[in-house]
Design a protein around this ligand. Structure first.
Ligand code: G3I
Length: 349
């Protein structure tokens, strides 16, 4: 190459380096801060977010959803009212949209939920059923849905919110009509339909040791003894600053581990009475740090999912008027102190 051209190339390279515009060298690739998912992965855990179909048109939102997390939970799209709106007529539109998006982003899916007392279609709640009829309806729903998503989801929340606060069975259409055996039946039917999906029981207010989590502990012991296919217990972790931190969370996770079960924090948010102040946001950050550390401290706590990642799409303000600011990103999708606290707990900078 002639000398002048060589000098030109050298000068151009110097300008590009000075401007930081070199072609992506490996050294530079490492400069991108690790995502929550990457940090969690270093501990053999996932870090997930719930999402919902209406939000998926928001491209700023989906960009963070698709990059920062490695596990996705549909907030509503796989519930009974959405998937079997008329008896025997199944609609996978919303669930499929989320599964397809997750797959495109190389994310796994925690599927949610098969058996719950809430968000049921009118055809199901609007009439009486004999036990035989309802058992057939439940089996068909579970097996059709689980088969549809077989091989596409990591886990299922098979039964959601089965207990009252005092540890008695919640009086639902399922319990009333079928008795407590509906839980073992549901797990067995789900396992038949997808032997590889991890099967969970999932509930709120079971983060601490207490009557409700004790009920799960006893039930899990019984189910294990009867060789019912149960893989894990999901602790939703809808926390509120005004009610205090569940200080026995780690012990609680550990006792389920010792039963041979996985655990996961499945729907984490930490709400507060508005307005959010710096002090409350700092306390919230401490709670996110502590709950992340608790999961990391217990070998079989497999991962953490926030119940959506941004205050923009949180369920809290609609359900608890005057409360909110519960998630690690604010309504403008800016990371909050809680986000940095999670990173810190995961060993990131
Ligand atoms: O689909 C209708 C829409 O047609 C209508 O225009 C709109 C008007 O309110 O309502 C829409 O339905 C809402 C639905 O979410 C879908 O957006 C319901 O009103 C609303 O009640 C429902 O809330 C969901 C809630 O479960 C129901 O209990 C939340 O989004 C969802 O995040 C929340 O998730 C639950 C978990 O499944 C189980 N654990 C607790 C958690 C928080 O409640």
């Amino acid at each position: 190459m002639p000398k002048t051209r060589l000098r030109l190339v050298g000068a151009l390279a110097a300008v590009l380096v000075a401007a930081g515009v070199t072609t992506g060298t490996p050294a530079q690739a490492h400069e991108r801060p690790a995502t929550l998912a990457e940090l969690a992965h270093r501990h053999g855990r996932y870090f997930g977010s719930a999402t919902d179909n209406p939000e998926l048109t928001d491209t700023a939102y989906t960009s963070v959803l698709g990059s920062e997390f490695d596990m996705i939970t549909p907030g509503n799209g796989m519930k009974w009212y959405a998937t079997e709106p008329q008896q025997g007529v199944f609609d996978w539109t919303n669930g499929d949209e989320i599964v397809d998006l997750a797959r495109a982003n190389h994310q796994r899916v925690r599927a949610h939920t098969l058996v719950w007392h809430s968000q049921l279609p009118d055809w199901l709640t609007g009439r009486d059923w004999t036990a035989d009829e309802l058992r057939a309806v439940l089996k068909k729903h579970i097996q059709t849905e689980v088969r549809h998503y077989r091989g596409k989801v990591y886990s299922w929340d098979v039964v959601n919110e089965a207990f009252n606060e005092d540890g008695t069975y919640r009086d639902t259409i399922w319990y009333r009509t079928l008795g407590p055996g509906y839980i073992a039946d549901a797990l067995r039917w789900a396992h038949q339909a997808d032997p590889h999906a991890k099967l969970y029981l999932n509930d709120y207010n079971i983060e601490a040791v207490g009557p409700k989590s004790d009920a799960y502990y006893r039930l899990a012991q019984e189910l294990k003894a009867q060789r019912v296919p149960l893989d894990g217990v999901g602790l939703q972790a809808h926390l509120a600053l005004q009610y205090g931190y569940p200080t026995t969370l780690e012990d609680n996770l550990r006792r389920f581990s010792r039963l041979g079960l996985d655990t996961a924090l499945t729907e984490v948010d930490v709400r507060m009475i508005l307005p959010a102040t710096d002090e409350k946001l700092a306390q919230q950050a401490d709670w996110y740090r502590d709950l992340t550390a608790a999961c990391l401290a217990v070998r079989r706590c497999v991962g953490i999912t926030v119940w959506d990642y941004t205050d923009k799409y949180s369920w809290i303000p609609a359900f608890f008027p005057g409360e909110g600011a519960a998630l690690p990103y604010d309504e403008q999708l800016r990371p909050k102190p809680a986000y940095f606290a999670i990173r810190q707990a995961l060993g990131g900078k």
